[in-house]
Design a protein around this ligand. Structure first.
Ligand code: XMP
Length: 528
C-alpha cells in the first residue's frame, strides 16, 4: 500500500540555531554537539550572513565560533552588528567571545602568555547557561586555546567564572541573554561542554529538541517525492554507508523510479560485491545494475605506480563506466549522491589562495554536468553520525551502518606502487584476517578506520627450515571524528602479535607485518 503523499508546505519548521564561523578548526564540533541535543543548526561564514538571510533563517539563537585571528588586529573579523539588536540569545566561544566583547564596548588585549590545553574554571555565580551543570563554587575542567583575553567587560555583563589565565572565562549579560566563554565547550576535553551548549539551546533559547532522525526521514521523503515527481533517478552505490543510506531513503520515497548502479572496479575488499548485490537486489529489491568492470580497471592501471595518476585513471574510468550504465537505464533525470554536510560547509579560509592538493579524491563530481542530470542530495544537511542514525531509522542493520569508511579508489591506494591481480588477492586476504581479529576483540566500533596495506617491498624471512622472500604488510588503524585529523589506535602488543601471526601463517605472499603509528597530520590516513 502506498503511503499518502505528505504536503511539504505543511511540514513543521524546526527550531534553528545559527553558528557564525570565524575559522576555528573545531567549528564543526559545535554543530555536532548542537545537533546531538536535538536542535537543527547550520554553520555560515561570519562574512556571508547578511541581515535578510539571517532574518529569513529565523534562528532561536546564534553562536559565534572560535577562530585564529586576533581582535586586536585591524581588519580582523567581526560579527555582523545587527545580530546584537535582533533580540535573540548569543553565545560567543573563544574568538567569538572576544569579538562580542570588543564590539559591545569592552576590551580585549594580547596576553603575555598563551593558555593552551587543559585549564580549570572557578564558577563564581549562578546562571542560566550553567543551570544543573555547574554550581557556584565549582572548580571545573575546560579546554583553552587562546593568546588574547578579555580585560574589560561591556556594560551589562557580569563575570560568572574565571580561570588562572582568563579572569573572564565565563561572562553573561542575563538581561539580553548574551553569554560568552573563553574556553571551548565543543571539545571532549571540556567534559561538561555539551551540557553547557545544551543549556544554551534549550534553557536559554527555548529550543524543544525537535530535530530527530524519524522526523528528518519523513520530511526528506516528502521533499524527494516533490523534487523528483515522476522522474527517473540513478544512484551510484559504492558499498559504503553514505551511498547505501541515500539509496534506501530514495527507494522508500520513489520505489522503482530508482535504479542503482554498482561498478565493480576490482579494487573492492573480499566479498564486497556479493554483499552489495545481495543487500540491494535481493534484500531491498531495488533495481540494480551490477557492472563487472574489473578487467577495464586493472588493465587501465597496468604499469602505473604514481599515486595521483592512479587516482586520476580510476576517477576517469569510473565516470566512463557509470555513464555507459546510466545510458542503459534510459532517460534518467536525476543523479542521487550521498553528499554530506561537511562537504557543503564553506569554511572560512584565512590563507587566501587555493590550498595545495594533497590527494585528488575520487567521486562522481563530474558526472552531473557530463550527463546533464539534476542532483538529488538528501543527506546534504547531515553529519556522518546522523547518516548512521538515519540508516538505523530506515531499518538498516546497525552493523552495516557502522561500517568504516572506504575510499573511492579502493584497494588501489592501499598497494603503493604497481597493482597486480596477485597483489590484490594477497591484500584482500590480509585485510580480512585483520578485520576479523578487530571484530573478535570488540574493537571495531572504537576505531574510525582500520585496514591493511601491501607494501612494494620484499624482505627475507624463515618459515620452518625454509627461506622466504615475500611482501611486507602494514596495518593501519586510526581514531578520528571526521577523517580530517586522526590518531593511531593504541592496540596492545598481544593483539598486534596475534594478527601478525595469523596473517603470516594464513596469507601466502606475506612474511612480515608492521604497524603504522603515524597520526594525521603529518601522515594521511590512506597511504596514497
Ligand atoms: P586521507 O588519506 O586523505 O583520508 O587522510 C581521509 C579519509 O578520506 C578517505 N579517502 C577517500 N574517500 N574517495 C573517497 O571517497 C577518495 O578518493 C578518498 N581518498 C581517501 C579515507 O579513506 C579517509 O577516510
Amino acid at each position: 500500500m502506498t503511503k499518502p503523499m505528505t504536503d511539504i508546505t505543511q511540514l513543521p519548521q524546526h527550531d534553528r540555531i545559527l553558528i557564525l564561523d570565524f575559522g576555528s578548526q573545531v567549528t564543526q564540533l559545535i554543530a555536532r554537539r548542537v545537533r546531538e541535543s536535538g536542535v537543527y543548526c547550520e554553520i555560515w561564514p561570519f562574512n556571508q550572513a547578511p541581515e535578510d538571510r539571517v532574518q529569513g533563517y529565523n534562528p532561536k539563537g546564534i553562536i559565534l565560533s572560535g577562530g585564529p585571528s586576533s581582535v586586536t588586529d585591524k581588519d580582523s573579523p567581526r560579527a555582523p552588528d545587527f545580530i546584537f539588536e535582533m533580540n535573540v540569545p548569543l553565545f560567543g566561544i573563544c574568538y567569538g567571545q572576544q569579538a562580542m566583547v570588543s564590539q559591545l564596548g569592552g576590551m580585549v588585549e594580547r596576553g603575555d602568555t598563551s593558555e593552551f590545553g587543559r585549564a580549570y574554571v572557578d564558577v563564581t555565580a549562578h546562571n542560566d547557561l550553567l543551570e544543573n551543570v555547574w554550581d557556584k563554587g565549582a572548580h571545573e575542567q575546560v579546554w583553552m586555546s587562546h593568546g588574547d583575553r578579555v580585560t574589560k567587560l561591556p556594560d551589562g555583563f557580569n563575570v560568572v567564572g574565571a580561570s588562572e589565565g582568563a579572569p573572564f572565562a565565563i561572562i553573561a549579560d542575563d538581561a539580553r541573554k548574551f553569554y560568552a566563554v573563553q574556553f571551548h565547550p565543543e571539545v571532549v576535553h571540556t567534559p561538561h561542554g555539551s551540557a553547557l551548549l545544551k543549556n544554551f539551546t534549550h534553557n536559554v533559547c527555548g529550543c524543544s529538541g525537535d530535530w530527530t532522525m524519524a522526523a528528518f526521514k519523513d520530511e526528506t521523503i516528502a521533499k524527494i517525492k516533490k523534487q523528483v515527481g515522476s522522474g527517473k533517478v540513478i544512484c551510484g552505490l559504492s558499498g559504503g554507508v553514505d551511498s547505501s543510506v541515500t539509496a534506501v531513503l530514495l527507494h522508500e520515497a520513489i520505489g522503482d523510479q530508482l535504479t542503482c548502479i554498482y561498478v565493480d572496479t576490482g579494487m573492492m575488499r573480499a566479498g564486497e560485491s556479493e554483499q552489495v548485490v545481495e543487500l540491494f537486489r535481493d534484500h531491498y529489491n531495488i533495481p540494480l545494475i551490477h557492472e563487472d568492470a574489473r578487467a577495464q580497471f586493472i588493465g587501465g592501471l597496468e604499469g602505473i605506480s604514481d599515486p595521483e595518476i592512479k587516482r586520476k585513471i580510476i576517477g576517469g574510468l569510473f565516470i566512463d563506466v557509470f555513464d555507459m550504465c546510466a545510458k542503459r537505464v534510459g532517460g534518467a533525470d536525476f543523479l542521487a549522491q550521498g553528499t554530506l554536510y561537511p562537504d557543503v560547509i564553506e569554511s572560512v579560509s584565512f590563507t587566501g589562495g587555493p590550498s595545495v592538493t594533497i590527494k585528488s579524491h575520487h567521486n562522481v563530481g563530474g558526472l552531473p554536468e557530463r550527463m546533464d542530470l539534476k542532483l538529488v542530495e538528501p543527506l546534504r544537511e547531515l553529519f556522518k553520525d546522523e547518516v548512521r542514525a538515519l540508516g538505523v531509522e530506515l531499518g538498516m542493520h546497525p552493523d552495516f551502518v557502522k561500517r568504516h569508511p572506504f575510499p573511492g579508489p579502493g584497494l588501489a591506494i592501499r598497494i603503493p606502487g604497481e597493482i597486480t591481480i596477485e597483489k590484490l588477492e594477497i591484500l584482500r586476504k590480509a585485510d580480512t584476517v585483520y578485520l576479523e581479529e578487530i571484530k573478535n576483540a570488540g574493537l571495531y566500533d572504537a576505531i574510525w578506520q582500520a585496514f591493511a596495506v601491501l607494501l612494494p617491498v620484499k624482505t627475507v624471512g624463515v618459515m620452518g627450515d625454509n627461506r622466504t622472500y615475500d611482501y611486507v604488510c602494514a596495518l593501519r588503524a586510526v581514531t578520528s571524528t571526521d577523517g580530517m585529523t586522526a590518531d593511531y589506535y593504541p592496540f596492545d602488543h598481544e593483539f598486534l602479535g596475534r594478527v601478525s601471526t595469523r596473517i603470516i601463517n594464513e596469507v601466502p605472499g606475506i612474511n612480515r607485518v608492521v604497524y603504522d603509528i603515524t597520526s594525521k597530520p603529518p601522515g594521511t590516513i590512506e597511504w596514497e
